[in-house]
Design a protein around this ligand. Structure first.
Ligand code: MN
Length: 321
C-alpha cells in the first residue's frame, strides 16, 4: 500500500481525551488503490503505537464487477508492511521476485530494509468483497540498512477463549508467538467475537496499545470502540476487558513505546530529511529498489517534496530535527 504525502496529518480532528491514560480518535478517510480506507495512524500527536506507525483499515467494500485493489509498483524504506485479509484476494509482487496471492486468514509481511518495491493488485477474478488491514512497523535504526525480505504465513497461532477466536498476527501474546519476523517488542492480535460475551486479555504493562474494530462494536475498558475510531491505551495496564453484545471483529496492536525520532514521508520511514531526499531520488532514477516483475501497471511516480525541510518527530509528533 502507498502512504500519505503530508509529513503531518493536519486534517486530523483533535484527539478526544478518554478516561485516564486513554485517547479515542477518529481515523481519516481516504482512498488507496481504488478502495476506501480509514487511516488511524499516524496522527498529528500520536505518531506510533509501539513500532506500529501506519494503520489502514480498508473496506469492507463491494468490488464485484470492479478491478478491486490496484496499487502499482512503489518503493518502501525503513519499515515492514503487514497485510491481513478478512475478505477478498490480493496478489503481492515485489522486486525480490515474490509473487504471492494472499487470501482471508493469511498474512503477508514485507521487510523493506534499505529498499524494496512492490505492487498489490486484486486478481482479475476475485471475490465480491474486499476487507482487510495494512499496518506498517517502523524498523529500528540498525535494521534500516538491512536486506529486504518477504514472508507469507498461511498458518497463524489461534487461541479459543470461550466463544472468541484470537489470532496472533505478529509478535507474542501470552504463550503464543506469531511466525512473522519482527525487530522490536510488539504484538498484533485479532479478536473475533461471534456474539454476546466478555473477555479479559492479559496485557504487557511495558506496552502501549491501540484497539480498533473492523466490524461491529465493543466496550473496551470504559470506552465503546466503533468502526473508524482508534482507542489508545498508555503503558501500565495488566489486563483489558472487551465486551460485545453483537458479533464484532477487533484488533489489538501494542508494543514498547518507539523512542526513535522518525521522518515519515510518502512510503519512506527515515531519520532525516536527507535520507528521504535520497530515497526519492533513487526511486525516480530507477536505482536501489529494483523492478517488480510480472506487474504490467506503470510504477507510481514520487510526489514532489514540500518546500520545507522534513523534520524528524518524536512519537508525540513534536519536531526534534
Ligand atoms: Mn506499499
Amino acid at each position: 500500500m502507498s502512504g500519505p504525502v503530508s509529513p503531518v496529518d493536519t486534517t486530523a480532528p483533535q484527539d478526544i481525551a478518554g478516561p485516564a491514560g486513554t485517547e479515542i480518535t477518529d481515523g481519516r478517510r481516504t482512498v488507496v488503490g481504488g478502495i476506501p480506507v480509514t487511516r488511524s495512524l499516524p496522527r498529528a500527536r500520536r505518531r506510533t503505537v509501539g513500532a506500529w506507525c501506519f494503520v489502514d483499515h480498508f473496506g469492507p467494500e463491494d468490488v464485484s464487477g470492479r478491478p478491486g485493489m490496484q496499487v502499482p509498483p512503489h518503493p518502501h524504506t525503513g519499515l515492514q508492511t503487514l497485510t491481513w485479509l478478512v475478505e477478498g484476494e490480493i496478489v503481492h509482487r515485489d522486486s525480490l521476485g515474490s509473487d504471492q496471492r494472499i487470501r482471508p486468514g493469511q498474512l503477508n509481511l514485507m521487510t523493506s530494509g534499505h529498499g524494496i518495491a512492490h505492487s498489490e493488485m486484486s486478481p482479475a477474478e476475485h471475490a465480491p468483497r474486499m476487507h482487510g488491514l495494512q499496518l506498517w512497523v517502523a524498523l529500528p535504526e540498525q535494521q534500516c540498512n538491512g536486506e529486504p525480505r518477504f514472508e507469507h504465513h498461511a498458518e497463524l497461532p489461534v487461541l479459543i477463549d470461550g466463544n472468541a477466536v484470537l489470532t496472533v498476527l505478529a509478535g507474542r501474546f501470552g504463550s503464543m508467538e506469531a511466525p512473522a519476523v519482527v525487530h522490536t517488542p510488539l504484538v498484533a492480535v485479532e479478536l473475533v467475537l461471534p456474539g454476546p460475551g466478555q473477555h479479559r486479555l492479559a496485557l504487557e504493562p511495558r506496552f502501549e496499545y491501540g484497539v480498533l474494530t473492523m466490524s461491529g462494536a465493543a466496550n473496551v475498558g470504559e470506552v465503546t470502540v466503533t468502526p473508524g475510531s482508534l482507542l489508545y491505551l498508555a503503558p501500565g495496564r495488566l489486563e483489558l476487558t472487551v465486551e460485545a453484545d453483537h458479533p464484532a471483529r477487533m484488533v489489538l496492536l501494542g508494543g514498547e513505546p518507539f523512542e526513535e525520532d522518525l521522518v515519515m514521508w510518502w512510503n519512506f520511514v527515515g531519520r532525516s530529511h536527507q535520507e528521504i531526499v535520497e530515497a526519492r531520488e533513487d526511486w525516480i532514477a530507477g536505482r536501489r529498489f529494483g523492478q517488480v516483475a510480472g506487474c504490467s501497471a506503470d510504477p507510481l511516480p514520487a510526489p514532489a517534496l514540500p518546500n520545507v525541510r522534513l523534520k524528524a518527530r518524536d512519537r508525540h509528533g513534536r519536531a526534534v530535527g
